[in-house]
Design a protein around this ligand. Structure first.
Ligand code: ADP
Length: 327
């Protein structure tokens, strides 16, 4: 049976990711499609607590599908972590006449969303938006594909200078807890070694591999390091390798926040559009406390409790591929 909803709030929370705008647009237009009033809440949970929201329409989200970032703005809100903060948010939620909430963010945002749904019986649906791709329950998160393409473009440019000067380049990419970006861009860019938090193989392995590359006639190498790798980051790793291999001219580049920006890729726009539509449909079906995601090409839903507590593992087969093709 279809649940009668008169208004739905949508917010973006935590780390921003390209494609969040496309997701907001899809939520808003799906609401309009079904005759529901969509409220855009600014600055995540902080904006919810302070009542910073406005009624949107189909035209308010025109020309944003191609824009990175989030026009609703994102924020980190410490008060929402407290029962008092969430109570204040709920008071505003009721006062504004909202019936349900769509939260676009990462696992921190989903933890807040789950508590909010449980404590006040509010229907809440999560949409995974993070460049790290580290959310259980979806093969891809919104922003991940764009970030991959940004890294590949940057590393290709660094390779040009690496090969011109026989250099060893250590390139640090985002991924505090997960190596998805490092592993996939490492393969995509033809990196000689990839260091990720899930499979630290130590300094000896790296040094042996570089020596083997040298014997095989390679004169330059690209090492992709996830920021969460146990080695302590690209600078520390480069220092340790220089100690062991003093003849190498090594350089370090930390790509940093450039990975969060840029116009979303087509894949991210399509993913965001599909998940935005699905989120509103699930609310109309009376569902709550779940995240929408994509598995094997199909839209699926996962309990927020599972999305938060379970870990999305990397494919170990990709490590083997990386080793074989980097000979
Ligand atoms: P992300 O959603 O990208 O993982 P954060 O971890 O910073 O980003 O979380 C975003 C926001 O979600 C926080 O600023 C806070 O308002 C809310 N949040 C995070 N963790 C919790 C928690 N344990 N309880 C309640 N709210 C939380």
């Amino acid at each position: 049976m279809t649940k009668q909803l008169s208004s739905i709030g949508v917010l973006t929370s935590g780390g921003d990711a390209p494609g969040m705008n496309a997701a907001i647009r899809a939520v808003v237009r799906t609401c309009v499609h079904y005759g529901i009033k969509p409220y855009g809440i600014s600055e995540g949970y902080q904006g919810l607590m302070e009542g910073k929201m406005e009624l949107l329409n189909a035209r308010s989200v025109a020309n944003i599908i191609n824009q990175g970032g989030t026009f609703l703005k994102s924020a980190r809100c410490l008060e929402f972590r407290t029962p008092e903060g969430r109570q204040q948010a709920y008071d505003v939620f009721k006062e504004k006449g909202l019936d349900a909430l769509v939260v676009i963010g990462g696992d921190g945002s989903f933890t807040g969303a789950k508590l909010f749904a449980e404590e006040f019986g509010v229907p809440v649906i999560g949409i995974p938006g993070t460049i790290d791709n580290d959310i259980y329950g979806t093969d891809f998160t919104i922003g991940y594909d764009t970030a991959l393409n940004t890294v590949v473009e940057a590393v290709d440019k660094l390779r040009d200078t690496a090969t011109s000067h026989n250099r060893l380049f250590f390139i640090e990419v985002m991924g505090r807890d997960a190596g998805f970006i490092a592993l996939n861009t490492g393969i995509g860019c033809g990196a000689e070694e990839i260091l990720i938090p899930e499979a630290s193989r130590g300094l000896d392995h790296l040094v042996n591999s570089l020596e083997r590359s040298g014997r095989a006639g390679k004169t330059s190498s690209i090492i992709i390091v996830a920021e969460g790798d146990k080695s302590g980051g690209a600078f520390e790793l480069a220092r340790q390798v220089e100690e062991r291999l003093p003849n190498y001219d090594s350089k370090v580049t930390v790509l940093g926040h450039i990975q969060r920006g840029g116009s979303p890729s087509c894949a991210d726009r399509v993913l965001a559009s599909r998940l935005g539509v699905a989120a509103v449909k699930l609310l109309r079906e009376g569902q709550s406390g779940v995240m929408v995601g994509i598995r094997n090409g199909h839209v699926v839903s996962t309990f927020l409790s599972d999305a938060i507590s379970q870990k999305q593992g990397i494919d170990p087969g990709l490590l083997e591929v990386a080793d074989i093709v980097s000979l």
